[in-house]
Design a protein around this ligand. Structure first.
Ligand code: EPZ
Length: 416
């Protein structure tokens, strides 16, 4: 099994173009089946989660073809509405196909998505939203059998602003008769990207980015070409890496407003931040300072997906920083691995306190989940000596080629 090997301590400097957003392209890939024709996704990141989505599309009868960073999907030949267990389990967010398959066919059959490293990943909000639209969902032996021959648009209030449930509701509502209004919808930028893609295909969706989203169902769709938005969490990762070890970076192909809570935290820690059209610059000299409490929250609050990498950047800071993880129950699995590198972190339930130490030491560690694995890369860059990261399949779910990108900044990093 490959490992990522890092010799820490190298100052990072240079320019990086940010890859397309995993959490935008995954719902957009599900959305392609709403149109029985061709869609071209420009700037689609080459990720294992994207390959898993493509396998699901191909199982359903769709065609998918890469051309560099562009992915062309032809959903005209789609002829099935069932997703087998092994494909559902490959990717936690495979449930996002439920709404789109129901909208296209009025039937769907799939198993519950695999749980994941972050704790239980319930889909009760997904299912209750689809039932509100008139879908008949039955669980039989771990498989969900769904019938939705005639979904009716209506007002639906989400108990919590769940990103996935919002996306599933939008996709299902595209197949419902009349208008659907989602209240207390998630406001993440990836949902705005999904809306923009759907509208490019002829659907009628408005309000994404706010808590109220309106969908007019059963629109005539047509072929479309769409550029996927940049990945704000990958951008947060690279900024955290340069902040941790010192240096200067300019990120291209990024909307600095999408990660303003992350750049605010890094600025408070002592980094110099500059934001321009499509760019973010960061300069970090000397030891970072501890910052005020970091509380993860739905967008536009501090993103839970950036919690681990910011924590890694602060491991050698002066002082102590409190983290409160409000979104997921079990999102501190990277802490034990960071402790193996000399980190001083104490955890009690949703709270983690990071007390900066002057030194971190390279060590053999293992990625526990996608962003926890990214945190190990950030810590390894700042540590003395060699860090060997195992179980990097977690990292490959969301980072196209971290060795390529970090090497471009001067990191002593390789894949073995
Ligand atoms: C999306 O997951 C992202 N994944 C996650 O990114 C991200 O951390 C999360 O949103 C929050 O921003 C994708 O977009 C593919 P939620 P999702 O539904 O949709 C609970 C990464 O690292 N909940 O907003 O699963 C849930 O348990 C990944 O890129 C229910 O209780 O997140 C969680 O505690 C990790 N019932 C909270 O809501 C439901 O039906 C927020 O989850 C659905 C969710």
């Amino acid at each position: 099994m490959s490992q990522i090997i890092i010799q820490g301590g190298e100052r990072l400097e240079g320019t990086l173009r940010v890859q397309g957003a995993k959490n935008s392209v995954l719902p957009i890939l599900a959305a392609t089946i709403l149109h029985p024709g061709q869609t071209v996704l420009r700037g689609c990141p080459h990720l294992s989660d994207v390959e898993a989505s493509i396998r699901i599309l191909q199982h359903l009868g769709c065609e998918a073809q890469w051309e560099g960073e562009d992915l062309t999907v032809n959903a005209a030949p789609m002829g099935r509405w069932d997703i087998p267990d092994h494909l559902m389990r490959e990717m936690r967010s495979s449930v996002i196909f439920l709404g789109a398959v129901l909208a296209r066919f009025g039937w769907a059959e799939m198993s519950y998505p695999g749980g994941c490293e972050l704790g239980p990943r319930p889909i009760d909000l997904h299912l209750s939203t689809l039932r509100r639209l008139g879908a008949d969902l039955r669980e039989e032996g771990g498989r969900l059998r769904c019938a939705a021959q005639q979904m009716e648009g209506r007002e639906i209030a989400l108990g919590i602003p769940s990103v996935g449930a919002t996306e599933n509701a939008i996709l299902a509502a595209c197949g419902a008769e009349g208008e659907t209004v989602l209240v207390n919808a998630a406001r993440e930028p990836e949902i705005v990207d999904l809306q923009n893609f759907l509208c490019a295909m002829g659907c009628k969706v408005r309000g994404a980015g706010s808590s109220t989203i309106c969908i007019a169902g059963r629109q005539e769709t047509h072929d479309a070409t769409y550029s996927v938005m940049p990945d704000r969490i990958v951008a947060a990762t690279w900024l955290s890496a340069v902040a941790a070890v010192g240096g200067e970076v300019e990120l291209e192909h990024i909307n600095y407003r999408h990660l303003s809570t992350v750049t605010a935290a890094l600025h408070e820690a002592g980094c110099r931040i500059s934001g321009g059209e499509g760019k973010i610059g960061l300069r970090s000299e000397g030891r970072l300072r501890a910052i005020s409490a970091v509380r993860t929250a739905p967008y536009p609050g501090f993103p839970t997906d950036a919690q681990a990498v910011l924590m890694a950047a602060l491991l050698r800071s002066k002082g102590a920083t409190v983290f409160v993880e409000n979104i997921f129950e079990n999102r501190y699995r990277h802490v034990d691995e960071l402790r193996r590198m000399g980190a001083d972190i104490s955890v009690a339930d949703r709270v983690a306190v990071v007390t900066g130490t002057s030194e971190l030491y390279g060590a053999p560690v293992r990625a526990t989940d996608l962003r926890g694995g990214a945190a190990l890369m950030v810590a390894g860059l700042a540590a003395e000596g060699e860090t060997r990261i195992g179980d990097i399949q977690h990292i490959q779910r969301g980072y196209e080629d971290p060795v390529r990108d970090l090497r471009k900044l001067g990191a002593a990093i390789r894949l073995e």
